[in-house]
Design a protein. Structure first.
Length: 141
């Protein structure tokens, strides 16, 4: 996570973008829960520099990416690819994964046996993100 919280409630980023233009990748960030975000809320570690007060010339209220990516997604977490889009008041989520990843932490997806998963979304909360209360049932035909 790209933030440090102090006892007085102040939050400071740990790293800043090397180039302020990288923040344009964030797109339109809107804290209204009925509006989706268009951008990317992370930065690759190699595109950042360590925080310092001298380099922090960003205006108060600037949304700074809170996730830093170190290297490619690989291993178990690299098995899943997903993309989501907010359109006409609905989220559309497309997820891909091998039917059987071979991982001891995954279940194999089979036509004769439904699987269940929960979906969590980033809702601009630092903790306790929103999630489905009930699992999504996956069936293969």
């Amino acid at each position: 996570m790209n933030w440090e919280k102090y006892s007085d409630g102040t939050i400071r980023p740990l790293r800043l973008p090397k180039d302020p233009a990288q923040l344009e990748r964030l797109g339109n960030v809107d804290l209204d829960p009925n509006v989706g975000d268009d951008g990317e809320l992370w930065l690759p570690m190699e595109n950042t520099i360590a925080y310092s007060e001298e380099l922090d010339t960003y205006p108060v209220g600037t949304v700074m990416p809170s996730v830093l990516i170190e290297g490619p997604f690989e291993g178990d977490r690299g098995d899943v690819r997903a993309v989501a889009r907010w359109h006409d008041g609905w989220w559309r989520l497309e997820v891909t994964r091998k039917l059987d990843t071979g991982s001891e932490f995954d279940i194999a997806l089979r036509p004769d046996e439904p699987a269940h998963l929960w979906v969590a979304v980033f809702d601009h909360a630092q903790t306790r993100h929103s999630r489905h209360l009930h699992p999504v049932r996956i069936t293969l035909e």
